[in-house]
Design a protein around this ligand. Structure first.
Ligand code: F6P
Length: 322
């Protein structure tokens, strides 16, 4: 393999730069030419390429976001769009592609490969942690630390004013961010798409806690369940606390990656180049029980990642609430 490309696609995630850095430096060391594709699949279709070198990825490990930038691209979701992308790759002599992104981006990579015979390797990068067969995705740990830090601050002001805060976090289809951050902050209630919501039971629990003298209350809700406004409408006036709403939004996607994300991303970027060299095409680099493994993209994308049953059991009781 003489020339390859790397891109980031979909929602950005802290640590993507560390993965780019590792992929570029490993490729260069192995005498493989590597180009960066800017703005994900949109940049590929616009032929927006940049030569990468050992030096060009210096000092990016600690940066949030992605130096290659990212996008969600509608044209690439069509067979014609992917065919055009494959022709562009061939025109530039690019023999294989490393895609760092979430479920949609990895699906695009798999289809590009299947339909046009382009070797691809996927790296899971999304704060949602909703990709099957990998224990963690790049960005999850940093996101959780951001969420936890912010909830901690809300707890301070909640206690001063004896208020309840309904905190909406990201996660359209997965409750992982809500569950893990709620667990780590001792939230009084955690609402995730994986568990049917019983507003009456939650309101009763919060009311009882208020009666026994609790001065603050945190309810974490995943955006995939309902908006924080909807949750507040269901509960205010019957939980005994004045209620305020915080939607954390895209602050969850930014920030300098944690040590965990830097190391995970570096390992994955390195492993992606090794997988290409060993012709393990069409695979995703995954973390399983502390080890780097390669799983066929088809297998990864045909399954929905389940949140560990034990974690769900734990948040039902007695761990929820502090
Ligand atoms: O997939 C990552 C994610 O941050 C989701 O948690 C969230 O629902 C979505 O992206 C937001 O997407 P956008 O940045 O396009 O609004």
């Amino acid at each position: 393999m003489k020339k390859i490309a790397v891109m980031t696609s979909g929602g950005d995630a802290p640590g993507m730069n560390a993965a780019i850095r590792a992929a570029v430096r490993t490729a260069v060391t192995e005498n493989i030419e590597i180009v960066g594709i800017k703005r994900g699949y949109s940049g590929l279709l616009d032929e927006d390429f940049i030569e990468m070198s050992y030096a060009s990825v210096g000092g990016i490990m600690e940066k949030g976001g992605t130096i290659l930038r990212s996008s969600r691209c509608e044209e690439f979701q069509t067979t014609e769009g992917r065919k055009r992308a494959a022709e562009i790759l061939k025109k530039y002599g690019i023999e294989a592609l490393v895609v760092i992104g979430g479920e949609g981006s990895l699906t695009g990579a798999m289809l590009l490969s299947e339909e046009n015979d382009i070797p691809v390797i996927g790296i899971p990068g999304t704060i949602d942690n909703d990709i099957a067969h990998t224990d963690m995705c790049i960005g999850v740990d940093t996101c959780l630390n951001t969420v936890i830090g912010n909830i901690q601050k809300l707890k301070d002001t909640a206690s001063s004013h004896e208020r309840a805060f309904i905190v909406e976090v990201m996660g359209r289809h997965s409750g992982y961010i809500a569950l893990a951050s709620g667990l780590a902050t001792g939230a009084e209630a955690i609402l995730i798409p994986e568990i049917p919501v019983d507003y009456d039971a939650i309101a009763e629990k919060l009311w009882n806690e208020r009666k026994r003298g609790k001065i603050n209350c945190i309810v974490v809700v995943a955006e995939g369940v309902a908006s924080a406004y909807t949750v507040a409408r269901h509960m205010e006036h019957r939980i005994g606390y004045e209620t305020r709403i915080t939607i954390l939004g895209h602050v969850q996607r930014g920030g300098s990656p944690t040590a965990f994300d830097r190391i995970l991303a570096s390992r994955m970027g390195y492993e992606a180049i090794k997988a290409l060299q060993e012709e393990d095409f069409g695979t995703m680099i995954a973390l399983q029980s502390g080890k780097m493994v390669r799983i066929p993209l088809k297998k990864v994308l045909s399954e929905k990642k389940k949140i560990d049953e034990k974690l769900i059991e734990m948040i039902k009781n007695p761990f929820v609430g502090s």
